[in-house]
Design a protein around this ligand. Sequence first.
Ligand code: SF4
Length: 386
Amino acid sequence: MADLPRKTLPILAPRAVRNVGDARPLAERLADFAQPAALFDRTEHGHIRCSACAHRCVIQEGRAGACTVRFVRGDALYAPHGYVARRYVRTVEINTLYHFHPGARSLIVGMYGCDLRCPYCHNWRLSQALREDNVEDEEPLPCTPDELAQHAVDSGCTVMAAAYNEPMISAEWIRAVFSAAKSKGLATAIISDANTTREALAYVRPVCDAYRVDLKATDNERYKALGGRIAPVIDAIALARELGFWVEVVTMVVPGFNDDLQGLRGLADAIKRVDPEIPWHLNAFVPRYKLDRVPRMEMASLASAVGMAYARGLRFVYASNAPGGYSEMSHTRCPGCHATLIERNDYVTTANHLRDGACPHCNTVVPGVWGSELVDGLRIDGAEAP
Ligand code: SF4
C-alpha cells in the first residue's frame, strides 16, 4: 500500500449546487458521462495510476484524483466524456495564440475540473466547480464530437480550441472531439497549464496542432501554492516542441506573486533554452476570484519585463491584457528589420502583412502556423469580439 497517495477525493463529495432539472451533486451527474480512460498504468502493487497529468495520482476504488474528475470505479479508471460545460465562438487570439491562424474564428470548448488550484483563475467556476461550494454551475451540455465539430463549421470557425478548465485531464474526450474537428478540416489547439506527461502529450498530438502553455510561477515554492511543480511544466514545453506541436507560452504576471524581474528572467532563460523563437506572452493580472483585492498589474512594470525578455534573447515577446496605450505591445514585429508584421487590438488581429510567413521587407521568416483567414488587413472571416 506504500504507493497510495496521501489524499484522494471522494467521487460523490456533497456540495451545494444549483441544478436545473437534476438535483444530484455535479460530481454525480458528471460520473454518468464518464468513460473508461486510456491514460493510466499500474503500480507494482497493481493499483491504478493515472498518467494524464504530472501528479500521476494512484487512485483507490471509489475515489477521484486531485483533478476531481477522473475516478476509479470497480477496477477501471474513468475519465470525463460526452459533454461540454461551455462552448463559445471567439477570436483565436483570445486564447493568447498569436502565431496560429491569426484572424481565425475558434470554437472554444471547456469542461469541469483542474489539476491546479490557482487563486486568480479566470474560469474558476468551471475549473474549481467540484471544490467550491455555492458555485452557480453552467450545466453540462451533453454532446458528441461530431456535433461539436459541426457546430464549429456552422459557426464559421476554422479552429477548435480546448480551454477554460485544464483540457489534459480530459485528454481522451479532447482527442475524440479533435478527431472529429480534423475530419472537417479544422486546426486544433489545447490551452493547458502543462502540468502534464509525455504519454498525454503523445496521445493528443496526432489530432492537435498547437499547445499553448501557462507557465504560472517562477519557482517551485510558488508553484506549490498553486498545487503543482515547475519542472513538469518546463519539461512539457520542451516535449511539446519535440513532438511537433506549435507552442506559445503565457505568464500571467501577478503583483507580489511572480512579478519580480529576477524570477521572470529565469523563466525567459528557461524558454530560450528550449527555443528562443517560442512566443512568450506576459499577461497583466486583473483582480479576480480569491485575489480580488490584489491591485492590477502596472503596465510600466510589465513593459520592463518585456524589454528584459528581448534582452535575454527571446524573439517574440508580447504584453497582453494591456489598456489602450500599450496595445502596440501585442503586435508582431520582424526580428530582422523590426517592421510591424501583424497588428492586433484587444485580442483581435486587425492586419497581417506577412508574405508566405515572412517579412515582406527583409524576407526574415517568422515562425508560426499561418492560415489564410486574414491577409494583409483584409478580414476574410470576421471574428466575434471577445
Ligand atoms: S489527471 Fe492528474 S490530477 Fe487527475 S487523476 Fe490524473 S494524475 Fe490525478
